[in-house]
Design a protein around this ligand. Sequence first.
Ligand code: FRU
Length: 527
Amino acid sequence: MKNNIRFLVLYPVSILYFLLLVGCCQHKPNAIYRIGVSQCSDDAWRKKMNEEMEQELIFHPNLQLSIRHANDNSELQCAQIDSFITEQVDLLIICPNEAEEVKPAVSRAYDAGIPVIIADRQVTGEKYTAFIGGDNYAVGQHMAIWLIQQATLHHSTAKQPLYVIEIMGLQGSTPCIWRHKGLIDGLKDQSNIRLLGSGNANWLAAPARVVADSLLRLYPQTNAIVAQNDIMAIAAAEVVEKLAYAREIYKVNASPITILGTDAMTGDGNGVEAILQGKINASVTYASRGDLVIQSAAKILQGEPFLRDTVLPIMLVDRNTAETMHLMSREIEHNIASIKALQQRIKLLWDMSKMQRNLLYTTVGCLVMVLCLLIGLWWEYRYRRRIRAERAEHARVIAKQQEQLEAITAELEQTKVQQSQDELFMQHLQKQIEKHLNNSQLNVEMLSELLGVSRTQLFRKTKALTGISPIELIRHVRLRKAQQMLRKTDATIQEVAYEVGFTSASYFTKCYKEFFGINPSVEQHGT
Ligand code: FRU
């Protein structure tokens, strides 16, 4: 029974305890949230934003990102958003390629109950949870401010208006629309600035070369180019250089063409480097701030208050600012590298501590199990020892009882033998007395000879079996026989006395009276 208890309780409890310990080691403090990121493109600006988001995850270990980019294709982006909906991600971050084309997929996600953060480019309608991005109208206005500065310089030397061409991004995207609007509004009432023409180059270098080439050939008097991003501005700069070399332009206007881009990103091949290298003249910042996007996502997912619309500030970057930015960016890059190294180190230490903690828990669990096992074994050992002792005691009692039984049986046997011997002896004795009853000489000596035993033996045995001596026994037998004769025959007292071995009738009478309490004459037949 106790054995069963051990198996039923002790072992399962210890195993449960061990599993619980292991379970605790694996326990994650916060729920894991899966975030889908739908990027419209995969250029340097997008890569920077993705990197900023990834880096921010250090502070949000419970967030997981899955990034997909749509290659500037709205249809593909809609399909990707739909697959995120099917995968039931916890939140979506969407940078829509085109406002109208991507809107239905965004609405589907929003209607499916998935929080949607729109970043950078916008969608039409109100079906989104939060927006984070630059003020594109302000970008256009900053372009106009820069052109006004250029026009003033240009007019003071050339005494002519500033002729401008514009290279725009993707037609249906909101930055393209709002930057253009900001520019137009900013140039209103600027009589010495003429916007000669605009063309869409979809934010890409190759189309920008085509657009720049055709606009410059169409308007060779151009003094300034504004491009809605640095990629297109740098592409336009290459075209300007090529045409200038071929003296295709400057036939009408010999002054150099100044170029303004947008984004002002530091790093190889980007706007700030291009300004420092003299490829373009200025740029307007357009921050990506992936870190802010993730912070907002975390707030939404954890049910904390968040800003619905976050509009990022912008600024103009000329050569001087570009130099400062370049130096600062190198500092920042250095710091980021240190942070990354630290991050690696922290991860390593964290992994190690996790491993050690798991090891500790496992060791403690194992020790508890071993302890339980030892207790179980000790328990069993004690149980078995007790059972063994009980069995031995039982066997001892049984053996003793057996012994007693055997002794009793032997005694019984002995008694039986003795009884039968005594019976035989008594029969023999009785027979001999009766046989020699009329012999007055019958005494102890004769009787012992007749029975073949010593006088002492005869005395002891007769006394033990009858309670009286042999001599008394002979007398009793004589008297009983006499009584029978007196009652059944007509013999006289004297005849009876002689017949039973008395030599004198008076002595017989005396003995008879002593034995029976009456005179023998009272017994006589017929009286
Ligand atoms: C990157 C980009 C940037 C531009 C932004 C507008 O994909 O083209 O160069 O500023 O998108 O959304």
